[in-house]
Every structure is written in C-alpha cells, then in structure tokens.
Design a protein around this ligand. Structure first.
Ligand SMILES: [Zn+2]
Length: 334
C-alpha cells in the first residue's frame, strides 16, 4: 500500500494544476516571458539565444493569442491587485546584450510590441563579455589552450597536464565547475579571476557577437517606444551569497547607474539567475525599500492578482519554433 507521503507526492502535479486554474480564474493569468538574446550563434552552451526568425514567429503567435501588456500596464495590475486580463503576456529580457538593440528591438517595433529589458549596468560600455560567456571563450572555444596549465587559485581544480591539447569533454567539465564556482563569488572576486585567466589562457579579446550594449547603444535603445528598462545588479552576481551591504550596493548601484545614464527613474528589477536559491528576503526588502515597483524571479508559473510583487514567476523561452512555443505556453493559458 502506498504511504501517505507517496500519495501526497503522486498528487502534487494535479494539486499544482488545480491551484493554477483557481488562481487564473480569480486573479487572471499573465505569462511573463523571459528572453536573453535574439541572434544566430555557432555555440550556445547556456541556451540563451533565440534565432531572429523564430523570435519574429513567436511574437506573431503572441499577438494573435495573447494580450501583450506594456511594462506600465503590467505594473498597474500587479500594484493595484486588479485581476490580470485573461491570457495576457509581458515580454522581458535579461542582461543587456547588444543584439537586444540591433536585432530584437526592430522586430518588436515591427510588431508594435514592447519588451522590458533588465540590464546588468556594470557591463554596459565595458567592452567585455558577460562572465559566463567569457568562461565559454576561455575554455570551450579557445584555440590557444596550453597542454599544461597550473593555476594556484580554485584549489587546483583548473590544473591540467597532457601530452596533447585538452579535449572538449574535459574542458566542458572544467567550464561547468567554473560556472558553479564563479556564480557565488562577489563581482569583484570573480572579475579578478577572469582578468588573470584572460592573460594566462591567451584569450583577451571579447567576441563581437557576445558584447553587451555600449552606453550610446543603450541610450538609443531606451528611446524606442518598444523598450522599457529595468535593473539587474551591477555585476550579475548571486545576491543570496552576499551580505546585506553587498546586496544593497549591487541592487541600488545598478539602479543609480542606469538612472544617471538614461536620465529617468528606473523602477523595475530582476534578480540575476533568479531561482528561489539566488535571492532571499533581504534582497526582496532592499528592492521594496529602494522604490522598485516590482522584482522578477526566474521560477516558472503564471502571474495573477495575488502574485508576490517582489518575486513573481517568469517562463523562460528557448529557441523554439512557433508550434513548440505554443505547446510550451499552453499549460499557462486558459
Ligand atoms: Zn541575467
């Protein structure tokens, strides 16, 4: 006979579906989509890029099947506790890649839709790749890797010694290790390691396909009616790994930097990485006290009238054809 715990576990998905249906019935249902990049890439280990043609098709599908909200409209519902329109949607992007301006913006403009872009301010105009992209460049696509390498930080995990150039599987493992390790460091400690590795691994030039926006690009970008801007920390660190002062300087620092650059109030925020483990009650309190209207998480689900304003869910979008896009969104629609 199954135990009560087994039974509870087996029923969990059904209970979740029922709860979601009840929330949608009472509070409306808004799907907040989470994108990062719109571009064709040769390699994409983090699966962040959607091709321009597929993004175009996804927007066409959204326009035909959902009520796509602007950032102002979304905040109005979330702040007032009014019921969200049935099958509404909000388009969001994280990080601030240059392709958001060069490729995604014109497609949004053509569809007369708006995206809300959360920007990691420390990367704007810094002429370097986002740190996870740098790790890819240094370890996975670097043609200058030495046969032997010794690095006295990171407890020797990055040392190797072969009689041939390192093989791809081996470097993928080290890349995975470094992603997990650097993710919980402060932005400063992480950047110090990257500065050393750039020189030691002979790969210091950022790839033109992987650059964040420059300051001029961000200003031009932000002047489009298809663009709303939010903050996303300075250095894209894990907030829950920082103490309160560290969190405050990353959160408020990005708000102030973007306000100075764009000469407008920045009232929206998204937690880097954003799963429940990467921000905490302190992050939420700082965001609320800083005067943000909302803070976006990266857990899956619909937004309804009672969703937490400082940790609402989003649905991450991959490089899906319109049919697959529809299949993935179906569970969130009524
Ligand atoms: Zn991000």
């Amino acid at each position: 006979m199954p135990s009560a715990a087994d039974l509870k576990r087996a029923l969990r998905p059904a209970v979740h579906r029922l709860r979601q249906r009840r929330d949608a019935l009472l509070g409306g249902n808004c799907i907040v989509l989470l994108y990062h990049r719109v571009i064709e890439l040769a390699t994409d280990p983090q699966q962040l890029a959607v091709s321009p043609a597929r993004f175009d098709a996804q927007l066409a599908w959204l326009k035909a099947n959902c009520q796509v909200l602007t950032a102002d409209e979304f905040d109005e519902f979330l702040q007032s506790g009014k019921r969200f329109p049935s099958n509404s949607a909000l388009i969001t992007f994280d990080d601030g890649y240059a392709d958001n301006h060069q490729i995604a913006r014109p497609i949004l403009e053509r569809h007369a839709l708006q995206g809300l872009f959360y920007i990691a301010s420390g990367y704007i105009g810094a002429d370097r790749e986002y740190w996870w992209d740098e790790l890819e460049r240094l370890l996975l696509v670097n043609r200058n890797l030495p046969k032997a390498f010794e690095y006295d930080r990171l407890e020797g995990e990055l040392n190797w010694n072969y009689d041939h150039p390192p093989n791809a599987a081996d470097m993928r493992e080290r890349y995975g290790f470094l992603i997990a390790t650097l993710r919980i460091l402060s932005s400063e400690a992480r950047d110090a390691i990257l500065s050393e590795l750039r020189i030691r691994l002979d790969s210091s030039r950022p790839r033109s396909t992987h650059l964040p926006m420059t300051q001029d690009e961000l200003r031009a970008f932000a002047s489009s009616p298809s663009v709303a801007i939010g903050a996303h920390t300075i250095g894209h660190c894990t907030l829950s790994s920082r103490d309160e002062d560290g969190q405050r300087s990353e959160i408020i620092g990005s708000k102030q930097a973007l306000e100075a650059l764009l000469n407008r109030p920045i009232v929206r925020f998204a937690y880097p990485f954003g799963t429940g483990a990467e921000f905490n009650a302190v992050s939420m309190r700082i965001c609320e006290q800083a005067g943000f209207h909302h803070a976006a998480a990266n857990v899956t689900g619909i937004v309804h009238r009672r969703s937490p304003r400082f940790a609402f869910p989003r649905v991450i979008v991959r490089d899906w054809e319109a049919k697959e896009f529809e299949r993935r969104l179906r569970p969130f629609l009524r």
